[in-house]
Every structure is written in structure tokens, then in C-alpha cells.
Design a protein around this ligand. Structure first.
Ligand SMILES: N[C@@H](CCC[C@H](N)C(=O)O)C(=O)O
Length: 293
């Protein structure tokens, strides 16, 4: 006797990325379909699911089920961001830009060139501005913290790293040149001493030239809750702000080259860090992914 295949409910999704940092996006305006860790891991699985560095639910403030995301005027779009391993993060810089692209392409929001849309995240309200084909996010003020040692495969000895908060935690390590950066093996998470209580995203940055008030950086990242990714927006901001600090404030504009492309970071007159770059939706479909046990 043949068994009928199990039918899983189907959910509309989109797949998007910002410089190769990729996300599964779902719309849940009424807050009727909260995510959980198992569902996120299943959707983000690159072989058994759709695949992504993270999963993002678009939900309206007031119906999110999360106090931080509900802390905005009712109806404000909220970004419910999850890492691929099923953990939540406070913030995602590429994610918030891809999120706005998704809202625009789904007809859930509109934004003329130069206009700003407010999005509530677990790290507060972020403003996203349309700049021609690019989307630019005001990630707000950043905080430089203390030092900790960072050990990683491919580095001869542990190196000093600087804590930077962009709403989510980062540790930035400066490397001497491209050979050191390219020689890193980031399959395993870098070891931090002291250990970061909530974990941290770790950026390895090679500072380049500073000319005409614009600095250049090459960067690779190991993301908390994901692994090595092709890009990390808050990580690019953290790396740029650490290198700016080490340079004595030599520039307020930084070009950050990551394996997935190029991002720009700029500090405005209020000390807010803006992250600018491409954000694209590349696929849409119906997900019937079920958690695997
Ligand atoms: N890729 C994101 C950051 C995503 C969250 C991060 N892994 C964390 O746990 O804090 C970005 O573009 O900022």
C-alpha cells in the first residue's frame, strides 16, 4: 500500500541579499505566524531548506510578540531577525536594507529617492534612505569598548581585538596585510579571551590607504550564529569605526571591501554611522519546509 506524502503548509517567501549576505524573507503583517528556532534552522538550511545566513519576518509593531519590536508606533514595520542557527540578534545592517527592498518590491511600503523609512529592530528604530539603486541605513551611534585577545586558525599568535557595539556585539582585529587576511581559516569560530558573554561577531580588517578624506578597508567576518559570511553590514561599520579610531579619526568615509562586494560607511555630524550598499531580491516562491528531527 502506498502512503500519501505528508503535506506541509506552504508559506510565501522571498530570497534576498546585500553583498552576498543572504536572507529568507517572510511577510507576517498581523503577527499571526511567529518564528521559532526549529523553523528558522529548517528555512536557512542550504541543503534541506531554502538557505540563508538569516531569516527575516516582516511584522507590524504592536503585533510582533516581542517587547523590543513592539516599541514603536503601531503599524511601523518591524524586522524580526534570526540567525541561521536559530538564535535572534538585535540588529543586522545588510538585513535591514534587504528588508526595505523586500517591502518595496512586495508593495508593502513606498520610498522615493532621498526619502526615509523607519524600521523598528531589537536595537531600536533605524532609518533607511533610498539613494538611487542603493539603500542606506542609519545605524545610529556606535560604541567602542575594551580589548580582548582573538585567536583564529591561520594566525600565528592571538591578536588584540577591539569591542565595538553597533546595537549587536563585534570584535575587530587589525591584520598587517592581504596575505594574513587571505590565509585565515574561519570554518571554526575565533576564540575570544576573555570570552564574550553573549557571543560576538568577529571582523578581521586590513586597513588600506586614506585619500581625500576616504579610507579603504578589506574585511572578512565570522558571524555569531552563522559562521563565515560573504558580508556583514554592522560588521563593516564596526571595522570602519575601529580603524577610524586607530587612525586618530583620519576619515569619516570608509569603503569596506568584503568577499561579496563593496559597502560604504559614513559618520554624520551627529556621530551616526550610515551603511550604504546594494540590496536585492533574487527569488520568490512557496516554502513547504518543515523542521527536521
Ligand atoms: N549580517 C548582519 C548581522 C547579523 C547578526 C549577527 N550574526 C549577530 O548575531 O549579531 C549584518 O549585516 O549586520
Amino acid at each position: 500500500m502506498t502512503q500519501a506524502p505528508v503535506q506541509h503548509p506552504s508559506v510565501a517567501f522571498a530570497k534576498g541579499h546585500g553583498t552576498g549576505n543572504d536572507f529568507v524573507l517572510l511577510a507576517d503583517p498581523e503577527g499571526a505566524a511567529p518564528l521559532d528556532a526549529d523553523a528558522v534552522r529548517a528555512l536557512a538550511d542550504r541543503r534541506f531548506g531554502i538557505g540563508g545566513d538569516g531569516v527575516i519576518r516582516a511584522v507590524r509593531a504592536g503585533s510582533t510578540g516581542d517587547a523590543a519590536l513592539d516599541a514603536a508606533a503601531p503599524g511601523t514595520w518591524a524586522m524580526d531577525y534570526w540567525n541561521a542557527d536559530g538564535s535572534v540578534s538585535e540588529m543586522c545592517g545588510n538585513g535591514v536594507r534587504v528588508f526595505v527592498r523586500y517591502l518595496l518590491e512586495e508593495g508593502l511600503a513606498s520610498l522615493a529617492d532621498g526619502e526615509v523609512l523607519e524600521i523598528v529592530t531589537r536595537a531600536g528604530i533605524k532609518r533607511v534612505e533610498r539613494r538611487g539603486p542603493l539603500l542606506s541605513a542609519d545605524l545610529g551611534p556606535f560604541e567602542l569598548g575594551g580589548d580582548r585577545l582573538v585567536a583564529a586558525h591561520g594566525l600565528d599568535v592571538a591578536r588584540p581585538g577591539l569591542d565595538v557595539s553597533t546595537g549587536n556585539p563585534h570584535v575587530v582585529v587589525a591584520l598587517a596585510g592581504d596575505d594574513e587576511l587571505d590565509g585565515l581559516d574561519l570554518h571554526a569560530a575565533p576564540a575570544l579571551d576573555p570570552v564574550a558573554a553573549d557571543g560576538a561577531n568577529v571582523e578581521f580588517a586590513v586597513p588600506g590607504l586614506i585619500a581625500d578624506g576616504v579610507g579603504a578597508i578589506r574585511m572578512r567576518v565570522h558571524e555569531r550564529g552563522v559562521g563565515e559570511t560573504l558580508s556583514c553590514g554592522t560588521g563593516a561599520v564596526a571595522a570602519a569605526m575601529a580603524v577610524r579610531h586607530w587612525s586618530g579619526g583620519a576619515a569619516d568615509r570608509w569603503i569596506v571591501d568584503v568577499p561579496g562586494g563593496r559597502l560604504e560607511v559614513e559618520v554624520d555630524e551627529r556621530g551616526h554611522a550610515w551603511l550604504t550598499g546594494p540590496a536585492e531580491i533574487v527569488a520568490r516562491g512557496a516554502a513547504t519546509v518543515a523542521p527536521r528531527h
